[in-house]
Structure formats: C-alpha cells, structure tokens
Design a binder for this molecule. Structure first.
Ligand SMILES: [Zn+2]
Length: 190
C-alpha cells in the first residue's frame, strides 16, 4: 500500500531538487496541518514565522554536507515530508536568532516532535536543531528510512510506545564509522 512518500513525493518533479523547497504541499497532510497550526499560533503570540524548508532531496543534503552546513550526509525525515524547519521572520527575512523554546511548546501542543529536545526534555541531547519539527519519533526513523513504516493520519509521536522513545537514547549502530557518527543520537545525562 502506498503512502504520501511513495504516491506523491517520489512522483513529484521536485523529488531530486538540489535547491531548497519551502512549499507546504510536499508535507504529508497531517504534518502540513500541524505546521500551519504552529505558524498561526505563533502569529497570534506576536511571533511571525517563516516556513524555511519542508521537503529535502538527497542531492541537496549531500550539497549541504559538502559545504559543512550539516553533519548529516544522508537525508533524514525531511525527505519523507514529515519534517519542517520554521524560523523567525525579522523584517520579512528568515532569522535563526533568539530563543526557540516557544516553538518547542507549540510543537508539543500540536503533536510534533521538536528538534530542541527530540520529544524527550529529560535527556541532555548532543544534537539540537531548534528550528526543526517532525512527525515521527527518533526511534521510528530507521523503519521510516527503510520503507517499512510511515505514519497514518492518526499517528501521534507522543503516544508512541514509550520504549521506542527510550530506544532512541541508545546507539543502535556501532560507533567508529562515519555514518554512525553522523546520526543524531541523544545521549543520556552522565
Ligand atoms: Zn530540519
């Protein structure tokens, strides 16, 4: 059975786009609705936001990696239409400055995982991405990337099996290889 990734994203002309994609139509519908909800809520709080990046191709990820703009060589949840980068709008221009804790609160309230705590504020994370939200737990990512899992309309990452969140805190790959080191891997507080 198909899903938004196989039915829409893979068939879209932007699938291999090497340039940034900010259009909401490449976000999986529930993700899209929640992102719009967050932007509306922030606007009401007096914080204008810009949806900076939605879908990302592997070609763009490789380019960003080569430029040193990301530590991740392999494209992540953005590639599946389930992640979005949302930045502040300062005079109409995108800005990464300031505190994004409000985004964490809005993400949590809407049912998206925030890259500031990866859904688990109790853990000290080695990898923080304060402008990033996504509709899957970190623990689901390997299955998502393998094509064996995709969220349905009702999936709520916060209601996902707790052991999956816990599993995200434990490295699943042996360290030492470059790709393993590039995976965002929350570490337990020591
Ligand atoms: Zn992101």
């Amino acid at each position: 059975m198909g899903n938004f990734y196989t039915d829409v994203i893979q068939r879209d002309s932007r699938f291999q786009s090497a340039t940034r994609v900010a259009e909401l139509d490449l976000l999986e519908p529930t993700t899209r609705r929640l992102v719009e909800q967050i932007v509306d809520s922030a606007q009401k709080m007096g914080i204008p936001l810009i949806v900076y990046e939605t879908y990302r191709s592997q070609a763009r990820q490789q380019e960003l990696f080569d430029q040193g703009a990301t530590k991740l060589r392999k494209v992540g949840v953005h590639h599946y239409g389930l992640a979005c980068d949302i930045v502040r709008s300062i005079g109409g221009e995108p800005s990464w400055k300031g505190d994004f804790a409000f985004l964490g609160e809005l993400a949590h309230a809407s049912g998206l995982i925030w890259g500031g705590d990866w859904g688990n504020p109790g853990i000290k994370h080695s990898f923080v991405d304060a402008v990033h939200v996504q509709r899957s737990t970190v623990a689901r990512e390997p299955a998502l990337f393998a094509g064996t899992w995709y969220p349905d309309d009702t999936y709520n990452p916060y209601a996902d099996d707790p052991h999956l969140l816990f599993a995200a805190a434990t490295p699943s790959k042996p360290t030492g290889s470059k790709s393993a080191a590039a995976v965002p891997r929350p570490k337990k507080r020591s």
